[in-house]
Structures are given as structure tokens and as C-alpha cells.
Design a protein around this ligand. Structure first.
Ligand code: G6P
Length: 480
């Protein structure tokens, strides 16, 4: 039977930048967008007659209509959701990014509890539901993504009861002790909203089990293993570690255009060892501890002064939120201080860029560096770690990775660190820089095998297969 797939996320995968005389598009940043766009462009084996991506476009309706963007590869259509700017601000900067984001990443002291934000969150979710309901039929499949849209599944279920709905959370789900600090009626709205879905996916087994315990404690719902019985429905909860297009990254280093960019970076690197990192500017990413670890490494190993450079790329993000703007200032100051006190006229320990990177520049840096230093204080998955490993067809270089990233559950051959242990970061930088090439290759091979086996298409296919099975379970259950 013919059916459409609706991907629903807060953002559309393009960001429209409006300058005085023209519009430019760039891909939106973050793991969610890169995973889903890759899946949509790569997979043609599914049975959907049409694929649609619903999300806010970042411009008003009149502007959108005047430019009517289409997906460049033609793999899917856009369904823009237009919101009132003030409401969007309270929903996005407010409830989503000043309550759910900090709390789910274990920063409870950053969380802001404002009723106006919660009301706007519910209201924007209702707007998503209404926009979708005008396009979706009961036979279609809706796949909702991330923490901005947790109440949406139940809203859609109420409007179209038989609809197949999947929900995937791209950030951690926290332990109940953290979740329960949210006011009780908000907890209930969030959990009952999520349970409108047939299948709820998380990156790791741990996040899934934390969700199940919150469901038991807050909703008093019956959980039998990973199946919840709720309002005469069966809901499945499962882990699906999101992944990347392994072949795309693995083959990229052979592209002539990327080799050209790489030449520039090799010249910049000279005889130095190069450490590399790239993140959105976010307090969860542990950029300051990483810088402290690098400084400690130089302090403890003065022989390396003048022989190691750290290429640190920070991608602008959520700068309308004070906690983010503050981080930017602190990072800038730390770098200026280190470069001016430890650096010389002929050598700067940190090469710093605060801007977006193209895919080509990104891969050129992945394949130039001797070590990728990825130290989030908390991260749902971290696709940069997987991209870096996949890019290293030469099986050289070392991944130093935080135990607090979901990716650490799979990439156990990385050098794992606790991101709060500055001495450990410093020691692992040294160990990585001095690692012999046999050990580098052995570790890279093991990690590449894992990523190749479970790439982004496998991830999404696995999700759809289980969604279909859950739907069958639902039907059987309702017949009884
Ligand atoms: C994370 C979130 C995504 C989000 C991305 C970029 O990866 O899980 O939902 O899109 O960050 O953040 P932004 O606020 O710019 O959309």
C-alpha cells in the first residue's frame, strides 16, 4: 500500500541566511541533520512513495514563498512550519534549550523553569501537529526527532489514531533522579507525549532504561522489559546508536579537491604534530576542560613546546542564550592567553576558528591531524568521533574520546578519558602523540569495522523494521 514518510524535526536541514540583497543556504549544523539527510539521500530501497521533511524554516512565510527552496538532491520535499517569532523564542531558546537541553545533559543548575516557556513549547508542538495533520493520512509513517518535539506524538495520535509514529531522541535521556526535578505536570506531559509514539528510540541501552524507569515512576505505567502498556496500546522502547555514511567519509580522502585543501593544512602544520577538534559552541562539549588539558600537557612536557599545534574549530550555535555567549568569551580569553604566553612569533599553540566548516575542509582536517581530541562533558552520541575514524583510510592517527559521549559505548578502541580529569586529558594527549603506527592501525581497524557494520542506513532501516513490528504488535493487542 502506498505511504509517505514524514520526517519531523525542529529545523529544516537548510538554514537560510538573509543578507541585504540576497539569500544564501547552508546545511544546518548538528548530528541530527547530518544523519537524516544522509539516510534520505542514500537509501532508495524503502517503500515510501514520497518523503517530506517538516520543520521551521528560519524565515517568515512571505520570504519562504518568494524563494520556495527545494532539496538540492531532490530526495525529499520541505514542509515548512511557520511560527510566531516570540513564541518560537520561548519554545526554542526557552523550554527546549534552557530547560530540556541542560537538564538532559546533567547541567541542572543551568535549567530555567518558566511557565511561559512551557506554554510556548506546548503551543509550538500543537502548531507542528496541525501542520502535519493537514498533510498526513492514517496510512503514512511519521518519524519525529529530538527534544523539541516530545509532546508531538500524542497530539498527532489524538488527531489520527491509527497513524504509525516513531520518535527518536538525539540527546541523552537522564536518570530519573534528574528527570524528576522537572515540575510533575510537565513530566507527565513530556512522557505521555512521547508515549503517543509506537516506537521510541534512544542512542544507548542506558538512556532507554532511564526513560523506562521515569515512565514507571512518574506515570505508574506497566513496563514489561522494553514494552510499555499504556492507554490500551503497546509501545516499544529500544536503543539504536545513530551513525554516519561510512563510505562517504572513507573515500573522501581520495578526492582531488579534498587533497588540495589538505595540502594547505599540511603546510600550516609543518613539522608539528597536530591535534584537532570541532564542536558546536556548547557548554556540554567540554571545550574549556580540553583547553586546560592541552595547557597541562604543554606544562608537563616542555619538550613538546614548538612541536605540537592544536587546531580548534568552534561552530557558532544558540548565541541568543546567555550561557552560550558566556562560553564564547571564556574560550576566546583562554586561547588568547595561552597563545600570547606560551606561543612565540614563529609558533602558536592553538589555531582557532569560530565559524562553519565545509564538508571538504572538515575531511581535510580529519585526515591531516595526528589526534582528534573529543572531550564532551555529556553527549548523546557524537558523530564527529565516527566521522573522524571513518575518514582515516590510512589507519593512522588516534581518537581520544570522552567516556561521557554515547559513541564511547561503541568506540571502545579509542583512548577513553574522563573529561573532568584534566591530568588524564594531558596524559592521553601524550600517549596518543607517541603511539606507534601498529597500535594506531589496530585501533582504527577495530573502530572502522564497527562503524561500517552499523552505518546510518542500517540505523534507520533497523528503526523502520522495528517500527513495523511494533505496529503489528499493536494491531494484535487491540484485536484481543
Ligand atoms: C544537537 C541536537 C539537534 C540540533 C543540533 C544543532 O545535535 O540534538 O536537535 O539540531 O544540536 O542545534 P540547533 O539548536 O542549532 O538546532
Amino acid at each position: 500500500m502506498k505511504k509517505k514518510l514524514f520526517i519531523v524535526a525542529n529545523r529544516l536541514p537548510i538554514t537560510i541566511e538573509i543578507t541585504e540583497h540576497q539569500y544564501t543556504y547552508r546545511p544546518s549544523s548538528g548530528g541530527l541533520v547530518s544523519a537524516i539527510t544522509t539516510y534520505l539521500s542514500k537509501n532508495d530501497k524503502d517503500d515510501f512513495t514520497e518523503k517530506v521533511w517538516a520543520g521551521v524554516p528560519g524565515c517568515n512565510e512571505a520570504t519562504w514563498n518568494s524563494i520556495t527552496p527545494v532539496s538540492q538532491t531532490g530526495d525529499f520535499k520541505y514542509l515548512p512550519v511557520f511560527t510566531n517569532a516570540k513564541k518560537y523564542e520561548l519554545y526554542y531558546n526557552g523550554f527546549s534549550n534552557s530547560l530540556l537541553w541542560p537538564l538532559f545533559h546533567y547541567f541542572p543548575s543551568f535549567a530555567e523553569y518558566r511557565t511561559t516557556n512551557f506554554d510556548a513549547y506546548i503551543s509550538v508542538n500543537k502548531l507542528f501537529a496541525a501542520t502535519l495533520a493537514s498533510q498526513v493520512t492514517a496510512n503514512d509513517v511519521v518519524w519525529i526527532h529530538d527534544y523539541h518535539l516530545l509532546p508531538l506524538a500524542a497530539m498527532l495520535r489524538e488527531m489520527i489514531p491509527g497513524l504509525t509514529i516513531g520518535l527518536f531522541l538525539h540527546i541523552p535521556f537522564p536518570a530519573y533522579e534528574i528527570f524528576r526535578v522537572i515540575p510533575k505536570h510537565w513530566q507527565r506531559e513530556i512522557l505521555s507525549g512521547m508515549m503517543g509514539a509506537d516506537l521510541i528510540g534512544f542512542h544507548t541501552v542506558e538512556y532507554a532504561s532511564y526513560f523506562l524507569s521515569s515512565v514507571e515512576m512518574t506515570m505508574k505505567a506497566k513496563c514489561d522489559g522494553n514494552i510499555i502498556t499504556w492507554q490500551n496500546r503497546k509501545i516499544k522502547v529500544e536503543s539504536f546508536p545513530v551513525s554516519i555514511d561510512f563510505e562517504l567519509f572513507n573515500n573522501a580522502s581520495e578526492r582531488e579537491d579534498i587533497k588540495l585543501i589538505q595540502q594547505n593544512y599540511l603546510t600550516l602544520k609543518g613539522d608539528n604534530k597536530m591535534i584537532f577538534s570541532v564542536d558546536r559552541l556548547d557548554y556540554t562539549k567540554g571545550i574549556q576542560n580540553r583547553l586546560r588539558g592541552f595547557k597541562k600537557f604543554l606544562d608537563k612536557n616542555p619538550d613538546y613546546i614548538g612541536k605540537v599545534v592544536f587546531a580548534l574549530i568552534v561552530v557558532p550555535s544558540r548565541d541568543g542564550i546567555k550561557k552560550y555567549a558566556e562560553r564564547k568569551k571564556e574560550i576566546d580569553e583562554f586561547i588568547a592567553n595561552l597563545n600570547s604566553t606560551v606561543g612565540t612569533l614563529s609558533w602558536q599553540p592553538i589555531i582557532y576558528q569560530y565559524n562553519h566548516l565545509s564538508f571538504e575542509e572538515l575531511v581535510a582536517l580529519y585526515t591531516t591531524c595526528d589526534l582528534a581530541l573529543i572531550t564532551p562533558l555529556r553527549d548523546g552520541m557524537n558523530l564527529v568521533a565516527k566521522e573522524f575514524v571513518a575518514s582515516r583510510k590510512d589507519e593512522r592517527s588516534v581518537l581520544v574520546l570522552s567516556e561521557m559521549a554515547g559513541a564511547a559505548k561503541e568506540l571502545t578502541d579509542a583512548l577513553l578519558i574522563n573529561p573532568n580529569d584534566i591530568s588524564e586529558i594531558a596524559a592521553m594527549i601524550k600517549q596518543a602523540i607517541e603511539m606507534d603506527t601498529d597500535e594506531q592501525a589496530q585501533r582504527m581497524q577495530a573502530m572502522q569495522t564497527r562503524i561500517k557494520q552499523y552505518d546510518v542506513v542500517t540505523w534507520a532501516t533497523d528503526f523502520f523494521d522495528q517500527l513495523q513490528e511494533t505496529k503489528k504488535l499493536q494491531v494484535e493487542f487491540n484485536i484481543k
